[in-house]
Design a protein around this ligand. Sequence first.
Ligand code: ADP
Ligand code: MG
Length: 643
Amino acid sequence: MEADNLPAVGRTNLLSGGGLPPNDLPLLTMPQICQLSPAVVNKIAAGEVIERPASVLKELLENSVDAGAGRIDASLEKGGSEVIRVRDDGCGIDADQLTLAVASHATSKIKSAEDLFSVGTLGFRGEALASIAAVSRFTIRSCTRNASTGTELEVVGGELQPVVPVGCPHGTTIEVRNLFYNTPVRQKFLRSTQTEVGHATEAFTRIALAYPQVHLTLTNNGRLVHDLPADDFRGRITKFFGEEITRGLIEVESENEGVRLDGYVVNPQQSRANNRTQYLFLNGRVIRDRALQHALTEAYRGLLLNGRYSICFLRLEMPSEVVDVNVHPTKQEVRFQDAGRLYSQLLGTLRSKFLTTDLTAQAEIEEDPSKVACDQTSGPSQLVAWARNELGRQTESKFASPVAERQDAAQPAGTPLPLHRLDGLQSVGGGVAGSPGVDPAADNPDAGVSLPVGKPSALQIHNRYLVVETDDGMEIIDQHALHERILYERIRIKVETAPLESQKLLVPEPVDLTASEAARILEHRDLLQRLGLDVQPFGGETVLVASYPAMLAKISPSEVLRDLVECLEVAGSHPEPTTLLDDLLHSIACKAAVKFGDPLVSAEIDTLLADRHLIRESHHCPHGRPTTLMFTRQQLDRQFKRI
Ligand code: ADP
Ligand code: MG
């Protein structure tokens, strides 16, 4: 610790040991240590637990759930900054226990330190009511099942008023008025009513999702915002997130050594710009856990655009002994006895589910065609930006890809081909083949000249998309996205067994980088070697590229290297080698794939389509864009008003 950071007393001692003449020192008197009064202690605790009206609502709802309530009614005035009221029909509190309920560190939920390791309730710290009552005008009214009358206790800024009998239904009602009226600093931090309502609604949502069997209502300024009769988990999700999300729900379930995982993940067609719609419940408690969030990201890798987050509603149930919930005052962070196993269980469950689920993007033609397109363009990232640059850019290079190899035999590279007409598509509408503007042969005398013998399996349109007839409708394929996915999978398999094929450069190419970029590249030389890239130090900020992946022959080494630096940077200082390798492979696959805008000959189209059945997850490119949109015949019939 630096001398400057030490408290005054410590600094004096340190300096006196440092050889300075004692008479140069200021005379410091030691401040008195005194026990803080309970009122101050509660205010300090309140600072940790009660950040805003939503935290009060959360604590009160948790208490009602712990009290076994079947119905909980919550109401707010002015986003909770004026009034927060929670009423439940739970077990209630005996008259002679009411003052204890608002005392700090007083709880009915644990008794000993050992109990901390088997907490079966949401609360256990015995701090919430005392904290809330210290910073508000607080009233608690309660009546147990076997009491004939209820009791009421008022606490104003931590000052207890006398307990008085009162008529009230069974259960407990807590009213919190003028939150932070006696802590002006906190009050200043409160945001607009709208923002506070948002936070409070989120707290309500979490409890409502975790306890669908409880009837909950939420009222704001006298207006009923939510009325949620007892339901199941899926029903609750629909109530909060609507039909569209519900349609995309994919049920998951697994059990491993006493840990049960169940719930739903959402089809990657739907995603969010942040991770707030990733709900993880542990034994009925919403938790935030970086490792589990990472497992989610991994499970969706390649299915979502960079910068987009999956949506999920997952519940974990495990014996309370294997998890420590006493980590943070708000009880949202927990510590698992075996975090690694949990990580694997979550990742494994989701991965195997995705492999057996058809994630092909169903084109939502009737609802809003812009939705799919919107997802494709959102979530900017360097690589996506790069890919976007490629849009419309005609390039003759197709690189050493399986598609390009075959193309060489069929057609000189870069020769645009006229539209190929397909038997498949002709048959879709019967008479369509003869329609004006549909038959390319009629428009273009060259059409068909270079068609190989045999029928092309799809129609290329705008040098970008392939249209394929399927058994129950048609598919539109993004040629770049699909090829990228195929290449990615192929390179991945190759790299797992041996380094990628590499070409030695006759004259090693120097690439100028910044000092930190150069350091980063050189630090990961081994990994780059596996990708067929040999990079050597050249002094200063320059590195030399000595050999280079054959499949990237047509792209300049400096462009590739810069892209790789970006991948390394995103990966951070301690990149997970497999994740990093994956990022690099994505980058390489993207660069090597046919471009959006490249004309393809029919042999190339055939190869591309044939290859997609060889790989898993052909429906999304490695950046998560869908490769394929599906239109069912029923959808088409509906659009043409045939049904
Ligand atoms: P904790 O929930 O951690 O025990 P609290 O300060 O939130 O601490 O509550 C203190 C005690 O008051 C609880 O242990 C419980 O016995 C009682 N209590 C609080 N709210 C309710 C309620 N709605 N119904 C019944 N008892 C309650
Ligand atoms: Mg509590």
